[in-house]
Design a protein around this ligand. Structure first.
Ligand code: FEO
Ligand code: CA
Ligand code: CA
Ligand code: CA
Length: 572
């Protein structure tokens, strides 16, 4: 009887060591080129102000320049693997770096510049031999920010909980915020999550139960927007926070299109959203909520995806069923429907209709007994195997006094290392039960880690490339010591082998990755090099910070283009 030979490893590159250098390191035989840093013009004809190295660009100039703190990203092909659109998120701003004098002389102009530096950029990029350039001007170039009108659709559109003094219709929100992970739909649109929006609001000293469950606090995280833009004062405008926390759908091919908040997918501190397709052609949207002890969700569309692209699927994400995940100790799991009138989600319990269920997705999931997770971040779907991967980045409060203890899916107390969980639905992606396991527990063996290969901690970004390789990006905030600067690794889903592919500059996070269809060019985002500690975030502290990446001055988030010297397929 023959023993079948082990399949060859799909990881064909030499691993890079842990790094504390202020640069991007890639394996031997690869190059890394920086494009599209914060502040470069996106390429709107007639509006291409150059970046000022002293951060002296105005709010109006920032509104047509790359935003700050690049995050999730996708390449939409215009001409195969030679020319396309890069659509990317700008998660947040560091006011210490955004203005020449940091937060001193705080003003309406500074608030507006910060709002203009959030959101999403659409840029056109083209290959010239081994190099990639941003095409300027481009008819596709676009900035969507916290100042861009966005439509609301689905069960919360027009709901009383969504109405404000500035928008009595409850159907038109100014902007999007804290855009973190990216997703795409089979009909050619881009999905972006609104993550830590709640931190931008000034709240009352004594919030009501709803505001408290969502973490509204006095002065939020100290962004000071409410001082000059009163809609961020939730004392005066308590419904304004309800208008954030959604998945936003954007059609990058139509620069005049209005982005849409898809409320049927639920409200959460959404990291992002990832789409799978059932065999009969319905869309299944997985999403996680990156907050300690929050949940994993999925939405199953009622209708099938229609041929004809974005125009033919304009309401597809508005009708369907939303579920929260319960991970049971026996390795099985169940999707719990978040449907008004079903089970405990009654009017008496505070859920008058589906609009109220989706605005209060957290409270509904609490009642249903969904599993409180260790900060669900990115989700990746392997369509060839049906496996779904979710990074649970860490949870330092797991098992702390007064906090939930360990459970099967979140098995380590004071979990500062994180894990990647994976599951497979029973039947198709619309299945209501599943089988789950841990793909890897991150961290060193002495901390219970199960990494086979190069060590890492705090997995965050996840992506499955066209070859089926699972890429893992890290957001290990300590960023020093055992694990060095944040990094990107490649993993073999079949064996669990993990190999370090790229290390970032100092105090950065590596987040967001996409490729050309031929997998010969990889785009990787480097976020917040030189990030100041939270306590110092509002100080003009940059000269004393370590990182001066990428150009020796004020540190700037940017996109890194990774290619092989021989032009071959990346990772092989
Ligand atoms: Fe924006 Fe959860 O990372
Ligand atoms: Ca993240
Ligand atoms: Ca993170
Ligand atoms: Ca971060």
């Amino acid at each position: 009887r023959q023993v079948p030979a082990a399949p060859p490893s799909p990881l064909g590159f030499e691993s890079v060591p842990v790094s504390t250098a202020d640069t991007v390191v890639v394996p031997p035989g690869y190059t890394a080129q920086v494009i599209a840093p914060w502040g470069d013009p996106v390429g709107l004809a007639g509006a291409m102000p150059a970046f000022r190295p002293d951060a002296g660009n105005t709010a109006d100039e920032q509104a047509v320049q790359m935003g700050m703190h690049h995050d999730g990203m996708h390449y939409f092909a215009l001409d195969g693997s030679d020319r396309g659109l890069l659509v990317m998120n700008h998660e947040y701003v560091d006011d210490g770096l955004l203005h020449p004098d940091g937060t001193a002389n705080w003003s309406a102009e500074k608030v507006r510049k910060g709002q203009a530096a959030h959101g999403v950029s659409v840029i056109e990029v083209a290959r010239d031999g081994d190099r990639w350039n941003v095409v300027r001007p481009s008819r596709y170039a676009r900035r969507i920010s916290t100042l861009t009108p966005v439509a609301v659709s689905g069960p919360a559109a027009g709901h009383p909980l969504m109405r404000t003094a500035a928008d009595p219709s409850g159907r038109r929100v100014l902007g999007t915020l804290n855009n973190c992970a990216s997703g795409i739909t089979p009909w050619g649109t881009y999905l972006t999550g609104e993550e830590n929006f709640i931190l931008y609001f000034n709240g009352p000293d004594r919030p009501d139960a709803h505001a408290a469950r969502w973490g509204v606090t006095r002065r939020g995280v100290g962004m000071r927007w409410a001082e000059h833009d009163e809609r961020f004062d939730a004392v005066r405008h308590p419904n304004e926070p309800n208008r954030f926390g959604w998945i936003v759908e954007i059609d990058p091919m139509d620069p005049t299109s209005t982005p849409v908040k898809r409320t049927a997918l639920g409200r959460a501190a959404h990291e992002g959203a990832t789409v799978a397709v059932t065999r009969d052609g319905r869309a299944v949207v997985y999403s996680g909520e990156d907050a300690q002890f929050e949940y994993v969700y999925k939405f199953v569309s009622r209708d099938r995806i229609a041929p004809g692209g974005a125009a033919a699927n304009r309401t597809l994400l508005d009708h369907g069923t939303l579920y929260a995940a319960r991970f049971d100790a026996d390795g099985r799991g169940r999707w719990l429907p978040l449907v008004a009138g079903e089970g405990p989600l009654t009017p008496q319990a505070g859920f008058a209709d589906q609009g109220e269920v989706v605005v209060k997705t957290r409270q509904a999931s609490d009642l249903l007994g969904a599993t409180k997770m260790d900060r669900p971040e990115w989700i990746a779907v392997d369509a060839s195997t049906g496996e779904v991967y979710c990074s649970l980045t860490n949870n330092s409060k797991r098992g702390a006094p007064g906090q939930p203890g360990v459970d099967a899916a979140n098995p380590r107390a004071r979990n500062v290392w994180g894990q990647v969980i994976r599951w497979k639905e029973d039947g198709d992606f619309d299945g209501t039960t599943f089988t789950w396991s841990h793909f890897v527990l991150a961290g060193a063996p002495e901390h219970g880690g199960t990494v086979r290969g190069d060590l890492f901690a705090s997995p965050d970004g996840l992506w499955i490339d066209p070859r089926g390789v699972l890429w893992i990006q890290t957001d290990n905030s300590s960023s020093t010591g055992t694990y060095g600067n944040n990094m990107m690794l490649a993993a073999d889903p079949a064996t669990g082998e993990v190999r370090r592919f790229l290390t970032g500059p100092r105090q950065c996070e590596v987040t967001g990755v996409t490729s050309t269809p031929d997998l010969r060019t990889l785009f990787v985002n480097i976020q917040h090099p030189g990030e100041s500690p939270v306590a110092a975030r509002n100080e003009p502290a940059w000269p004393s910070l370590h990182s001066r990446w990428p150009d020796g001055g004020r540190p700037r988030s940017a996109t890194v283009v990774v290619r092989r010297h021989d032009g071959g397929v990346v990772g092989t």
